[in-house]
Ligand binder design. Structure first.
Ligand code: PLP
Length: 357
């Protein structure tokens, strides 16, 4: 049976990306060695890193004066590495979900954290808005999480603030064009929109790092990784390769404007069905709805059908729609690799379930 993958991360990648990476895992560039066995210091692997950096810069239109590094440790390490490198005294954070809260917790090791907006009281059912004027002018930066993977809320734009802006874009990076010059740093664990798990991308404004806010352990200092072209220590070779394949795929499929259009098409179709179908309802405010993680629950009066719907979906090849435990219900993740075919299969499943009840 054909499977339709809606996992939240690690998540679906384009089939060609998986197949091309698998081929290189068996025989890297015809060398007779597996991608898992080669030295990262070879010319061939260096060109994998170089092309990946170039494609990042091209696809995201990253201006001069920015560096792109590929690190380990996940976005979770960035929760501490960002404040270690940028927080001198005080930083502002938008508390838009569990990941944002975790980022705040780590920042507190380095300085004062001001929560300038929060949707915690409503269990994060909306993306906080109109907080820009609450951001104190003397903070070292404002940290935002552009897409809240667990709750399915998103801010699909680039805030205008007078302080340096830093964003966790783990779950929507490369799904839309971004005005990179508005940011001092952007980071993302790659395992949703850009690669298999194991690599984290960090985009850094070089000028912003010139301050050198404190003495840092070597591995935590971004300069180490910029100076050594992401090769200070052994990089995650296979995940980086899978990212290269995915960046090539994105370019071949029209870049980020086309990715944004496809994301809108998928989400519009699915939200329309959620709103139409008597059995289901969305969990977040309409103007905060994420195009990446589409969260919904059983409608009032039908709550007891939740498990039956999950089983019904699995029987029809729909994988990974069980919602996160803090929201319940269902979450259909529709990152770049998701297809209209997959979305339509889910919609048909919802309709068929409605017909039965
Ligand atoms: N930030 C966001 C928005 C996430 O969705 C996640 C993981 O799902 C993380 C951070 C943590 O990422 P990692 O597991 O790469 O540390």
């Amino acid at each position: 049976m054909k499977k339709y993958n809606f996992n939240a991360g690690p998540s679906m990648l384009p089939r060609e990306v998986v197949e091309n990476t698998a081929k290189q895992i068996l025989d890297f560039n015809g060398s007779g060695l597996s991608l898992m066995e080669i030295s990262h210091r070879t010319k061939d692997f260096q060109s994998v890193v170089d092309e990946s950096v170039d494609l990042f810069k091209e696809l995201l239109s990253i201006p001069e004066g920015y560096s792109v590094v590929f690190l380990g440790g996940g976005a979770s390490l960035q929760f501490m590495q960002i404040p270690a490198n940028f927080l001198i005294k005080k930083a502002a954070y938008v508390n838009s979900g569990v990941w944002a809260k975790k980022a705040m917790k780590e920042a507190k090791f380095f300085g004062e954290v001001v929560e300038v907006a929060s949707s915690a009281a409503s269990n994060y059912t909306y993306y906080p808005k109109n907080f820009e004027s609450n951001v104190p002018s003397d903070v070292d930066y404002l940290h935002i999480t552009t897409n809240n993977t667990i709750y399915g809320t998103e801010y699909r734009g680039d805030f205008d603030v007078k302080v340096p802006l830093i964003a966790d874009m783990s779950s929507d990076i490369m799904s839309r064009p971004v005005d990179v010059k508005k940011y001092d740093a952007i980071y993302a664990g790659a395992q949703k929109n850009i690669a298999m798990a194991g690599v984290t991308v960090v985009i850094l404004k070089d000028e912003a790092l010139e301050k050198r806010v404190r003495e840092l352990p070597t591995m935590i200092d971004y300069h180490t990784h910029i100076d050594k072209g992401s090769m200070f220590n052994t990089p995650p070779v296979v995940p980086i390769y899978s990212m290269l394949e995915n960046l090539r795929w994105l370019k071949e499929h029209g870049g980020l404007e086309a990715a944004d259009k496809r994301a809108h098409e998928r989400a519009d179709a699915l939200y329309s069905e959620i709103d139409r179908n008597k059995l289901f309802k969305g969990t977040v405010e309409v103007d905060s709805r994420s195009l990446m993680n589409i969260c919904f629950v059983m409608n009032s009066g039908y709550e007891e059908l939740e498990k039956a719907f999950l089983d019904f979906a699995v029987e029809r090849g729909i994988v990974g729609i069980k919602g996160h435990r803090s929201v319940g219900g269902f979450r259909a993740s529709c990152y770049n690799a998701q297809t209209m075919e997959g979305v339509n299969a889910l919609i048909e499943t919802m309709k068929a379930f409605e017909a039965k009840h």
